[in-house]
Design a protein around this ligand. Sequence first.
Ligand SMILES: [Zn+2]
Length: 305
Amino acid sequence: MTMTRRHQFLRQVYKVIMKRSFFILLTAWAATITVWVSTMLTHSISSSSTLSTTPGIKTAQWGSNVTISYTDSSFTFVSDGIPNHARQAEYIVPKDGVIIPTPDTAHTVADPTVAQNYSFSIPLLPMKSAAPTPTNLGAIGVMISGAVLYNPYEADNKTIAKLSNFTVKNANGREVSFLDSCNGHPTPIGQYHYHALPTCITSVVDGQSSPSHIIGVAFDGFPIYGDRAMDGSKITASQLDFCNGITSATPEFPNGIYHYVLLDTKDSTSSIRCFTGKVSTNLVSFIKKTKMPGMMSMQHTSNHV
Ligand SMILES: [Zn+2]
């Protein structure tokens, strides 16, 4: 009897423990699911942007050579690529077979800028990606002048254009600069582009010591600005993230927006080094095409710039 009672008692205890364990497990499981769902929601909110860039794109001072059209999710930039501002009469290009020109391996030519056939569709709702993507050689964004933006580097993807800026004497003994006063220049095949703050654009669209206005849009959809904050103070590299981005108010987005800032610096902070956002498939295919070696007619991978 004693043994049976003890046995029954133990069975009771076991049942109670099992019941409680089940509820404890159920509670723990529910808590885990709640944490997981809230983490996913927070992550999806922080890793994407629901802010449309449309107000900025609509008020941007696009040049007369630029046509902007809209769909629900993107805008298309069509341009001849020729900037609507003054350029040098001559530019420096590398001698044949030279990838990174120096004063000894370059010569001057009449401005080689020629019309391009640009048509880029760029998202209106830029989405941040989990990790930044290094910017490619060639075009990485469109500018209100009608020309395109390049990353800070030359064709080896490491020599900084602003740092290696130099001059070469032309046939008349006049100094010709590698980058012009707008921090831009054409590739040897005529694709005009910037590697840093295009001061000749910002001097027109921004007042003296006034906030920077939108001057372009990167291929991931995030807007591009000059180096002045809302109070007119100069933005420095230390205020920007690794991609040259910052979240702050701008004249077009007074409640704040993530955007890139171009600087007039002599290091890699002069232009966008990585995309914070996702780059759409059509632009990735353009980038891939322009990165193919030997496609000289497409861009400047083999000798420039
Ligand atoms: Zn260049």
